[in-house]
Design a protein around this ligand. Structure first.
Ligand SMILES: Nc1nc2c(ncn2[C@@H]2O[C@H](COP(=O)(O)OP(=O)(O)OP(=O)(O)O)[C@@H](O)[C@H]2O)c(=O)[nH]1
Ligand SMILES: [Mg+2]
Length: 343
């Protein structure tokens, strides 16, 4: 999974990239895109780590790209292989700066509709010419449905596709099907006031398209970075927040990608493992080690909430709350899992 950060020039993209990846050396200006990995903050992992004091604590991670191009084919090439986009909006700026961000959004969406339309039309043309393969002919009504949406500037992510159409959709990397998170970069004074320049238009766009909005303040969060954890929380509390905006952006990206976490615990490592919603126990075990998938017997499962209530897995076991699940068990977000296997 790979998420891209984009937005108009000087909106604070590289600032957000640095905050999310901790890569202090990330280059601010034009050139090649910055590549990094962001940790997804998770209170549950922190709690497990405080309880078990392991040698190592590993949070969920997602690859992140600070996209340098702002438009055109170069921009589209960079976005093509990404799974989601975070659009930084320069709302700490004066009015023209805010307008640049709104214009960027509009032109990005238009580029996405046009690029998708070109793919759909190209594919339709080839299919109609080549009538030899009946399997591919089934694609035609699907592509016509896509074309109608795109002709009306409706994003493919907003179309209700039938199950067999969803399967076809997954074969394409359509731009307008990628999830988008809006991240207004706001000034310190607006952190407390509850509004910011451009808020009305941005909320309107988000509501219309189903985008999530997570405001943050690049400047304030860079200040917080240098504080220790306790002072950071104290500082944030003065603004009425319990965690930084960047943490909420990382979590929103994780969620919007349909990702959930299960946990493993031990004295060596407490770790969050990333799976897609709907993953079954045997496949989830394979994330940890291929032997665990191959030799899967059972998964011992404790939901994090039960753990949190009783304070330890042992206490859960004493109360009979550790469940034994088979290979087809659909893993839930927050399950603490111990895989029994034999190879
Ligand atoms: N006042 C203020 N300045 C900010 C904030 N965030 C970023 N900046 C400043 O705005 C400038 C641009 O920030 P970058 O993070 O480099 O922005 P960018 O979107 O990566 O810019 P380009 O890659 O050049 O398009 C820098 O001088 C930052 O210090 C903010 O929240 N408040
Ligand atoms: Mg930059």
């Amino acid at each position: 999974m790979k998420v891209g950060i984009t937005g108009s020039p000087q909106a604070g993209k590289t600032t957000l990239f640095r905050l999310l990846t901790g890569m202090a050396g990330a280059k601010p200006g034009a050139g090649t895109s910055n590549l990094g990995v962001m940790e997804v903050p998770d209170e549950r992992v922190s709690t497990l780590s405080e309880t078990y004091k392991p040698e190592k604590t590993t949070y969920a991670r997602i690859k992140l790209v600070d996209i340098q191009a702002h438009n055109g084919q170069e921009f589209l090439n960079e976005v093509r292989n990404l799974d989601a986009l975070i659009v930084v909006l320069g709302c700490f700026m004066d009015e023209p700066g805010v307008q640049d961000s709104l214009d960027f959004m509009e032109s990005m969406e238009t580029e996405f509709y046009c690029a998708d339309l070109a793919s759909v039309e190209g594919r339709l043309e080839r299919l109609k010419k080549n009538k030899a393969k009946p399997v591919n002919q089934m694609e035609i009504p699907f592509l016509e449905k896509c074309k109608e949406a795109l002709d009306n500037e409706v994003a493919l992510r907003d179309i209700d596709f039938l199950p067999h159409e969803m399967t076809l959709l997954s074969n394409f990397a359509f731009y307008s099907n990628k999830p988008v998170i809006l991240a207004p970069n706001i000034s310190e004074e607006h952190l407390t006031s509850g509004d910011y320049p451009g808020m009305e238009q941005i909320s309107g766009i988000a509501e219309d398209r189903g985008y999530k909005i997570v405001p943050f303040s690049g400047m304030v969060e860079e200040e917080i970075e240098s504080l220790d954890k306790e002072s950071r929380i104290e500082f944030l509390e003065t603004y009425g927040f319990t965690q930084p905006g960047t943490a909420r952006i990382a979590q929103a990206a994780y969620e919007t990608l349909g990702l959930i976490s299960f946990f493993t615990i031990g004295s060596d490592e407490v770790r969050a493992w990333t799976i897609r919603l709907g993953t079954k126990a045997k496949e989830a075990a394979g994330k940890i080690h291929s032997d665990m998938e191959r030799g899967f017997i059972k998964a011992e499962v404790v939901p994090f909430d039960d753990f949190s209530r009783l304070g330890s897995v042992k206490a859960c076991r004493d109360k009979g709350l550790v469940r034994l699940e088979g290979k087809d068990y659909v893993v839930e977000d927050g399950d603490i899992i111990n895989v029994r296997f034999n190879v």
